[in-house]
Ligand binder design. Structure first.
Ligand code: CAO
Length: 424
């Protein structure tokens, strides 16, 4: 038995943010029914295509364990089917542009009338206010949520980050909202609306930078390396390069091979509790007692010099040797791993964090599995559905359409061309 077994999710999501959320629900055991426009489907099916005539990795890696039904929600019969799906499902998840669901005739008020137990979960770029009608993609959210202004080097432009904190980050937040609403429904019997704005989710993830914004009133941020470099602070939280965001100073340092390998680097944290061990490892035992180095506050204006000295040592070791030497001493370090190295890490495949999936159109591909491990509800990753692969079974098994009624729906054109399941 899976944790969310018996929960039906009407998945009206597309691109990345919404599908991230519904994929998690599917991995937790929900029956996720992805509604897609006939003949077109989720736009990502045909974005960044690497294998001609096959669903893209963009799509397959975000839509595991789901079923797909083609349905034109603007067609009258399509609306009838959608209404029945809303009646049958426990959760509806959508991330259309603002107002799109209302224009289809499925406002929250109407949905509540159809199924008062339904939890309707929505992702929009912005919450209520002056930008509420904007269409938003990942990097817009990273910029509006305060991540870009605080990422990058002090003397460079704002930077977006490769981690999709706007899309996947918001999907994670929404998923938490949905399971919380399901939990509350156990007591109240009522559904509710769950809303997540991408700007809000990014801001939540950039919380420590809002902490620093307020600390600026009390003086310079002494753990930022610009403090030691004598560069004055402005009015807003600055970009901090690779400085640590917490109370333990850290930085990215070159390792052996850095001249040719773009990822021969390590993150190195000079945690106060292990300062003496750091001094011994890098061959600076005198710093253990020397005034100006012995105590954490004394070191803050010398972080650039201290990290440059540590780097002279890390440059003589590979990033993995640094890890092997520092880990037993509790010195926190992290090798900068490339996606290639991660994709070849059998340890991650053993835990299910990385998976190999077979697909009828594209053969075997790699994917990231479920990052949340439930001991009583393991996630088995199954391939993403082909467009409309489950249309007939959803119409008949979930909604009870049979015989002439089923034929009528199919003939209406609302559910696309009926397909036979591919040979696996
Ligand atoms: N049948 C019929 N029509 C359908 C349909 C279906 N099954 N599924 C979608 N449509 C229609 C919608 O109703 C909408 O029509 P109207 O404009 O007439 O109302 C139309 O398709 C386009 O939907 P959209 O505006 O959501 O899609 P888009 O490609 O223009 O915009 C996006 C994409 C992501 C910018 C927008 O959906 C959005 O801002 N979503 C909220 C924020 C979000 O999730 N962004 C992250 C995306 S991941 O990077």
């Amino acid at each position: 038995m899976k944790a969310l077994e018996g929960i039906k999710v009407l998945d009206f999501t597309h691109v990345q943010s919404g599908p991230t959320c519904t994929q998690l629900l599917a991995w937790f055991g929900a029956d996720v029914i992805k509604v897609e426009r006939p003949g077109v489907g989720d736009a990502t099916r045909k974005q960044l295509v690497d294998v001609p005539n096959a669903d893209s990795l963009y799509f397959t890696m975000l839509n595991h364990n789901k079923r797909s039904i083609e349905l034109d929600s603007k067609n009258e019969t399509g609306k009838e089917v959608l209404t029945r799906l809303i009646g049958e499902c426990d959760v509806l998840v959508e991330n259309f542009a603002p107002g799109a669901l209302d224009r289809m005739g499925f406002s929250w008020e109407n949905i509540q009338k159809i199924n008062p137990r339904l939890i309707m979960a929505s992702i929009k770029g912005f919450g209520p206010g002056k930008y509420q009608d904007c269409k938003v993609y990942e990097n817009v959210a990273q910029c509006a949520g305060g991540s870009a202004s605080t990422t990058g080097f002090l003397d460079g432009p704002p930077l977006v980050t490769g981690a999709q904190i706007g899309d996947s980050g918001t999907g994670l937040h929404l998923c938490l909202g949905i399971v919380t609403a399901l939990f509350q429904r156990e007591k109240t019997g009522r559904g509710q609306k769950v809303s997540c704005a991408m700007q809000d989710s990014v801001l939540n993830l950039a919380r420590v930078k809002m902490r620093d914004q307020q600390r600026l009133k009390a003086g310079p941020l002494t753990e930022y390396s610009q403090y030691g470099q004598g560069i004055p602070f402005g009015e807003a939280t600055p970009r901090a390069g690779n400085d640590s965001g917490g109370g333990q100073p850290g930085s990215i340092l070159k390792c052996k091979g850095w001249e040719t390998d773009p990822n021969a680097y390590t993150y190195f944290i000079i945690q106060a509790a292990v300062w003496e061990k750091v001094c011994d490892v890098i061959g600076k035992p005198e710093w253990k007692t020397e005034k100006g180095y012995a105590k954490p506050p004394e070191r803050l204006d010398k972080l650039t010099e201290i990290f440059a000295t540590i780097e002279e040592w890390t440059k003589t070791k590979t990033k993995f040797e640094v890890m092997d030497i520092c880990n037993p001493l509790d010195i926190p370090v992290g090798p900068i791993l490339s996606m290639k190295e991660i994709s070849e890490d059998e340890g991650l495949f053993a835990t299910g964090t990385m998976v190999r999936v077979d697909h009828p159109e594209r053969g075997e591909y790699l994917s990231v599995g479920c990052p949340v491990k439930l001991s009583d509800s393991p996630a088995d990753v199954k391939r993403s559905p082909l467009l409309g692969e489950h249309t007939t079974e959803i119409l008949s098994d979930v909604l009870g359409y049979t015989g002439d009624d089923l034929a009528r729906v199919i003939a209406s054109g609302a559910v696309g061309k009926i397909k036979t399941a591919p040979a696996e």
